[in-house]
Design a protein around this ligand. Structure first.
Ligand code: HEM
Length: 146
């Protein structure tokens, strides 16, 4: 079960990242074009936010199962334990919060342009935190590509 969840969590990052980049570009392009904000635009933002929420839920389940999460005095001195116990969860919760605010501001902005602009900036902030918080294979965390 643990192994399945780790692979799901690892692989889902790609689905999430692709949806996030699509929503981001959609907001940017339509903001610059001065386009009308339609239901289809809201849907791209919704897909990206839903993918983020699913990743967050699986992350929280893993948090209570993973051997890389340990609450002991020494875990903060170990870079891998510290990363998964504190840094990964913190950056990802900030990222998903930004995306969730972005979705809501993107729905309720004062004008079509404001909706695209707000969703774009919040989603961009989320993307930056996500990219910074992912344990990439070239880092010391022994994480995979999928
Ligand atoms: C929402 C964006 C998130 C992304 C994109 C993400 C991505 C990843 C990736 C790529 C790994 C490495 C998997 C591997 O070993 O190949 C990982 C591991 C892990 N993530 Fe996340 N994560 C996210 C959120 C979270 C959150 C919010 C939590 C905790 C509440 C969390 C908890 C964990 C844990 C505990 C592991 C280590 C699992 C293990 O190897 O035992 N993740 N995450």
């Amino acid at each position: 079960m643990n192994n399945f969840l780790i692979h799901f969590h690892s692989g889902w990052r790609w689905v999430f990242l692709i949806l996030l980049v699509i929503a981001l570009l959609n907001n940017l392009i339509k903001w610059r074009q001065g386009a009308t904000n339609t239901e289809a635009d809201q849907k791209w933002n919704l897909y990206a936010m839903s993918a983020a929420h699913l990743q967050l839920i699986v992350g929280f389940i893993l948090y209570f199962m993973s051997t890389k999460v340990q609450f002991s005095g020494e875990s903060m001195a170990d870079p891998i334990l510290r990363f998964f116990t504190a840094e990964h969860i913190l950056t990802m919760v900030v990222a998903v919060t930004l995306i969730t605010i972005g979705y809501s501001r993107g729905k309720r902005g004062a004008s079509d342009t404001a909706r695209f602009r707000l969703a774009f900036w919040y989603y961009l902030g989320g993307l930056i935190f996500i990219l910074a918080g992912i344990p990439w294979p070239w880092q010391e965390y022994s994480a995979g590509w999928f």
